[in-house]
Design a protein around this ligand. Structure first.
Ligand code: SF4
Length: 287
């Protein structure tokens, strides 16, 4: 395979996952029929990427489900990408097991960030959203283990109709339990896969959603927890929160409404995913 010189790369380990989140951008059918990549194949993928990459994301599915092949992949990345931040998107459940955490810590690159979703401050709601009994307890045990070990953790909260009222409580729990995590990302939905199939349950207009996201963001920031806002249109975000707003959608996936055409802040706005833009109650307030 020819080497690419792209400074940012993504390694997709396959669609298998031990959760089945109700708003996952992949469908349950895709995941159930997915195959995970072997280490040999993943090594070829890594070899095709420039060793000068500055950012490498390992995602799936659930990467740690590969277990030994995941650990081999992480170790291979440590050697292949000496300068990169390795961002691993995981549901964190496997880190509940100390032997796995210890093995991971032996092989992980120096600059590693683990992005782990939390859906609620209680097991009933978190497990309902992940559609996996016991996932809340396992994720918290994984987060506790990683946090105590001093690993860099990013807690990701995907905001939807199901958890919007719980966001302030979840923010308080995170601020109390993980005040020194690397950051908390409050994230709008990408309406694909399960999210689109379950749209009547998960979709919430930005007007209804935003007051809860705003409150959660202020709780975290007031407690000194680094917080970022992903996947929201800029015009719903209070001006005071613009410093923590990010243009998070991959540039090739960003779309805007026709009302956005003459917006003075279009260049600062992260816009919409193509499939989110078509939701019926999207409205914007151009600057
Ligand atoms: S009007 Fe459109 S471009 Fe302007 S901030 Fe809102 S979504 Fe972004």
């Amino acid at each position: 395979m020819a080497s690419t010189n792209i400074p940012e790369n993504t390694i997709f380990i396959g669609g298998l996952c031990n959760s089945n989140c109700i708003m996952c951008p992949y469908t349950e059918h895709f995941r159930r029929n997915a195959k995970s990549e072997s280490f040999v194949r993943l090594k070829q993928v890594v070899d095709s990427m420039s060793p000068d990459s500055e950012y490498v994301c390992i995602t799936g599915g659930e990467p740690t489900i590969l277990r030994d092949d995941f650990l081999r992949l992480v170790e291979y990345c440590r050697n292949h990408f000496p300068f990169a931040l390795i961002h691993i998107l995981t549901n964190g459940r496997t880190f509940a097991y100390r032997d796995f955490l210890d093995d991971f810590r032996r092989v992980r690159p120096y600059k590693t960030l683990l992005g782990i979703p939390l859906h609620a401050d209680n097991s009933a709601l978190h497990d309902y959203i992940s559609q996996s009994n016991g996932s809340f307890d396992e994720t918290l045990r994984g987060l506790d283990n990683l946090y105590r070990a001093g690993e860099h953790i990013e807690i990701r909260i995907v905001t939807s109709r199901l958890n919007c009222e719980n966001l302030p409580g979840l923010a308080r729990m995170i601020a109390e339990r993980y005040p020194c995590c690397r950051r908390v990302c409050l994230m709008g939905l990408e309406m694909m896969g399960n999210a689109m199939i379950n749209r009547n349950d998960v979709w919430c207009s930005y007007g209804e959603l935003w007051p809860f996201v705003r409150e959660a963001a202020y709780i975290l920031l007031m407690k000194g927890v680094e917080t970022e806002l992903y996947n929201y249109p800029l015009c719903i975000v209070d001006k005071n929160l613009h410093p923590v707003y990010r243009r998070s959608i991959t540039p090739s996936k960003i779309e805007y409404l026709h009302e956005c055409e003459n917006c003075r802040k279009k260049n600062e706005c992260g816009g919409f995913f193509r499939t989110t833009k078509i939701m019926p109650d999207i409205s914007v307030r151009p600057y």
